[in-house]
Design a protein around this ligand. Structure first.
Ligand code: UTP
Ligand code: MN
Length: 510
């Protein structure tokens, strides 16, 4: 666990593999792939990575682009950077069975409405993404031609690639993170690569999602200090605050978390190129600790002068304090908040609903289990982000009475009502309608949803899968009810249904 930074279960599985044993498994979670599928995926992804790497060597235009961005050949080789050629079906050279479903699952090919397949990545610089053991699990592809969009295109979520759990560059950075006792989290692929080229080899990047508590937990296994350094622009500031909020549940008293804010016009890539390693590391030394960042953020647009100001301050501080379980850090922050609100800590404890810090063991590590989102949940989250992509017909197929079914129906209804609203508006309305626990989960999931996906494509894909699976459920239920009646008792409609369902139904009746 220590050496590779793995979780207990991952470490056991690794050891078993070395010894040629298999770990007995409880019934697999629905949605978890079989070992065979995973092997097929890994193999396909590795072959694709090899192909892209070889293509880069053959393509002066791509090499020139990387050179123009100041990348050395050495660092390009280290990160196994490649190039996906222009054209629709270049991967046919690598995979003679281009129709194989594995290529679709791996996210290497996409299918259009007519069922025609083509390569997902075309005319892009390719950054392979590795898991902690060095296996390729996905790619990020950057355009060369500035008019192409999106600027970066990433692999979709696949059975081996969950964006909320993986960090770009972690495999290569592992050693440096341990040596430095510190991990630096940045926003972009190029930031990681440029920093490495300038001798800062402990940087990693989240992949098109905000940093999640899983990311933090993963990094905490390797270092006691995590520094976030995002772009100096407004998007970077927003990302930093989200990272801070997402980190709260993962905090421990042994962890030092801080934030480095760059000048507006810089990202880590441009900053290290202009000022070099020494200056960058000086900046890291003086990065702002999380507690200070939280207090600064809360009082930024709040002068705390009036009673109303201080009420608002407490209102905003409460959900933040609620999420911190690390007793010492939590206590210091509480004291500070109380001080700023000009009340005593006892008064504050009487007012706010906060966890009892005595009950939290000092060394508690947060328990975060891996979760795979259900298709319904993903559909809801995507609709929340892009409510205008809802369809009137969606209410027709989304039936059923489970919590998930109801959430789906409520989300669809709300989006139909406010197709042009922001996610917060939809969320506010949903809060009144769905179970409190489900709502809380939804908020968390929304925070870490990959925003770089092609929503319209993903939503229509999910829609057709969901529609089919709901239709199957209805059919099965009808079939069951019909097959329990004698033929003579059937209505005309039921008779027709039976006929349309064909031989399966008849066999069952016999
Ligand atoms: P930026 O837009 O800040 O780009 O995106 P960058 O990292 O500075 O890249 P260069 O220097 O222009 O090449 C930061 C990160 O956000 C994700 C990528 O992971 C990217 O590295 N991103 C950005 C996407 O996934 N898709 C996009 O279209 C844009
Ligand atoms: Mn950049």
């Amino acid at each position: 666990m220590e050496y590779q930074g793995l979780s207990f279960v991952e470490a056991i599985q690794d050891l078993a593999k070395m010894a040629g044993l298999t770990v007995p498994q409880e019934a697999r979670d629905v949605g978890q792939p079989s070992a065979k599928v995973v092997l097929g995926l890994q193999d396909a992804l590795q072959q694709a990575a090899n192909f892209y790497k070889a293509e880069l060597k053959k393509t002066p235009r791509a090499i020139d682009y990387l050179k123009a961005r100041g990348l050395s050949g050495e660092v390009a080789a280290k990160f196994q950077i490649g190039y996906a050629p222009a054209g629709w079906q270049n991967l046919k050279h690598v995979f003679p069975h281009y129709e194989n479903e594995v290529l679709g699952i791996a996210g290497l090919v996409v299918e259009n409405e007519q069922g025609r397949r083509y390569d997902r990545f075309r005319d892009r610089i390719m950054f392979p993404i590795h898991d902690q053991k060095g296996q390729v699990i996905g790619f990020g592809g950057r355009v060369i031609n500035p008019i192409d969009t999106p600027k970066y295109y990433n692999s979709p979520e696949t059975p081996v690639f969950q964006k909320g759990h993986e960090l770009y560059g972690l495999f290569l950075a592992r050693r440096a993170i341990r040596d430095a006792g510190r991990a630096l989290v940045v926003e972009g692929y190029m930031d990681v690569v440029a920093l490495a080229q300038y001798g800062i080899e402990y940087a990693v990047a989240a992949l098109g999602t905000a940093t999640t508590p899983y990311h933090i937990t993963k990094l905490m296994r390797q270092a006691d200090e995590i520094v976030f350094c995002f772009d100096g622009d407004n998007a970077g500031l927003t990302a930093a605050w989200r990272a801070a909020m997402n980190a709260l549940p993962a905090l421990t008293d042994g962890l030092k978390l801080s934030f480095l804010f760059l000048p507006k016009e810089h990202d880590p890539d441009s900053y290290v190129r202009e000022f070099g390693k020494v200056r960058f590391e000086l900046e890291i030394q003086s990065a702002m600790p999380l507690s200070q960042y939280i207090l600064k953020h809360l009082s930024e647009d709040n002068s705390l002068q009036s009673q109303e100001d201080r009420v608002r301050f407490l209102n905003e501080a409460e959900p933040i304090l609620q999420q911190i379980n690390a007793p010492r850090s939590a206590m210091f922050l509480r004291k500070k908040v109380a001080e700023l609100a000009q009340i005593s800590i006892e008064e504050m404890h009487g007012l706010l609903k906060l966890p009892n810090l005595n009950k939290v063991p000092v060394k508690a590590k947060p328990k975060l289990t891996r979760t795979t989102l259900s298709m319904q949940r993903r559909f809801c989250l995507m609709l929340l982000m892009q409510p205008s992509l809802v369809d009137k017909e969606d209410l027709g197929w989304a039936v059923g009475h489970t919590d998930e079914d109801l959430l789906l129906q409520q989300t669809i209804e709300t989006c139909l009502k406010h197709p042009n609203s922001k996610p917060v508006v939809i969320m506010r309305e949903l809060e009144q309608k769905v179970d409190a626990k489900v709502f809380l989960e939804l908020g968390r999931e929304l925070n870490v949803l990959d925003e770089t996906i092609d929503f319209s494509l993903e939503i229509s894909g999910a829609r057709s899968q969901l529609r089919d699976s709901y239709a199957q459920k209805i059919e099965a239920a009808l079939l069951l009810s019909v097959s329990e009646k004698p033929l003579s008792a059937l209505t005309e409609n039921e008779r027709l249904l039976l006929k349309s369902l064909g031989s399966k139904a008849r066999q069952k009746r016999v």
